[in-house]
Ligand binder design. Sequence first.
Ligand code: XMP
Ligand code: MG
Length: 185
Amino acid sequence: MDFSHVEADLAKTLITEEELHAKLQELAREIEADYEGKDLLLVGVLRGAVMVMADLARALQRHIEMDWMAVSSYGSGTVSSGVVRILKDLDSDLTGRNVLIVEDIIDSGLTLSWLRANLESRGAASVEICTMLRKPDALKVQVDVKYCGFDIPNEFVIGYGLDYAEKYRNLRGIGVLAPHVYSGE
Ligand code: XMP
Ligand code: MG
């Protein structure tokens, strides 16, 4: 879906499809160089990371494997508590694997710092993080993000996998949601 279909719902457009794809090419070149000669398992976090995973995986000019996890933070929907529940676990054994967690967005960083520790405890050779977006709050928690697409302002964003009430995930770019959408007008 293009921005033109949701103009009335957006406060502004933030990142276009072209900018996302250009950034993914840059990240893919870095990842190729860093993992040269090593196996690479991309772990996508459902559901938001689906688009990033699909595009990053195809941008990489090498063999990779993909696996998926679904997690949910306990507590209210909008504030991360840091207590995470696994809704769907990986199918792969991580022993000795080089794992790259692929995420759409890091907000507080609590989900990812938990996830990284969890995957490390399974005997992976390495666990790194690639996120398309990072909000400034992420800096408050110690999460070492090796690959980050864009640092964005602390506003609620949608598109490219990110949803509001399960909508907008199929928007090609990323936009800031207009307040009237979530205040119920
Ligand atoms: P942490 O633990 O880093 O959680 O606070 C990150 C998760 O919070 C969700 N999130 C958003 N989802 N637009 C969204 O659609 C946003 O602006 C946003 N900020 C955080 C998202 O599920 C992410 O995985
Ligand atoms: Mg997510």
